[in-house]
Design a protein around this ligand. Structure first.
Ligand code: DGL
Length: 260
């Protein structure tokens, strides 16, 4: 197959990366995508640094064998520990990651408070600390590790009393301090946006980085002259280390692409 028509690899620790995939499909419907989730090893966000790095590299090596023209790490956690290594390994194709969308949140909430919900690893990683230092003067940035939240999405529980109770406990103390924007800094979280909104009420803006990541991918593919010339709609192929999850993958993609 001609290089420009090969699939784009999209990786996450589980099904969360589909929130990024859906934006890429919207923006570049004629591209072929190859999504892989490693749910058997999820969550990544509570594992040690080197373990996450190895899991990410092993998954991408597996995907690369199949012939891909670009790599998207649709996982804030894996991006924060492995993106440099991946860029140094796959030098002839674009490698795009995702990080908590602090910039748009700070723009909207200058001199206000920005709450960043993410996995424990993401909020402790050096990459995030550098990002936070960059914007700390413009708004008050409050990182909030959310251990246990991605598990609701992995289980397909996008609403319900248990999730509400979890979110209430997690968010209420922060909301009482007054928050202007909330960054959804884990790709699983956009799928529980509605449940988060129920707790926050209409006040704070909820921001995630998936649209920006899709645009960045398009820009980088163009730079490498790798945008497809296919005239018809592309395909999405799913692969999961827990094959039973593929049904949930399809549900999440369709629910959000076609019914929102
Ligand atoms: N979806 C992932 C992220 O964006 C991580 C979830 C996890 O494995 O802990 O950070």
């Amino acid at each position: 197959m001609e290089r420009r028509n090969q699939p784009i690899a999209v990786f996450d620790s589980g099904v969360g990366g589909i929130s990024v995939l859906r934006e890429m499909v919207r923006l570049m419907p004629n591209e072929n995508f190859y999504f892989r989730g490693d749910s058997i090893h999820a969550p990544f966000g509570t594992r040690p640094f080197h373990e996450i790095q190895k899991l990410t590299l092993d998954n991408i090596a597996h995907m690369a064998q199949k012939g891909i023209k670009g790599i998207v790490i649709a996982c804030n956690t894996a991006t924060s520990v492995a993106i440099e290594l991946l860029r140094n390994t796959y030098i002839d194709i674009p490698v795009v990651g995702i990080e908590p969308a602090l910039k748009p949140a700070v723009m909207e909430s200058r001199h206000g408070k920005v709450l960043v919900m993410a996995t424990p690893m993401t909020v402790h990683a050096e990459k995030f600390c550098r990002l936070m230092a960059q914007y700390q003067g413009e708004a008050e940035i409050i990182p909030l590790g959310c251990p246990g939240l991605m598990e609701f999405v992995e289980a397909g529980s996008l609403e319900g009393p248990r999730l509400q109770e979890y979110l209430k406990k997690l968010l209420t103390p922060k909301l009482l301090e007054g928050v202007n924007s909330i960054v959804l800094g884990c790709t699983h979280y956009p799928f529980v946006r509605g449940a988060i909104r129920e707790i926050t009420g209409p006040g704070p803006h909820l921001i995630d980085g998936s649209e920006g990541t899709a645009r960045e991918l398009q820009r980088r593919l163009d730079e490498f002259d790798l945008l497809t010339d296919r005239k018809e709609r592309g395909t999405v192929v799913f692969e999961e280390s827990i094959p039973d999850k593929i049904k949930l993958c399809r549900f999440l993609l369709e629910r959000d692409v076609w019914a929102e």
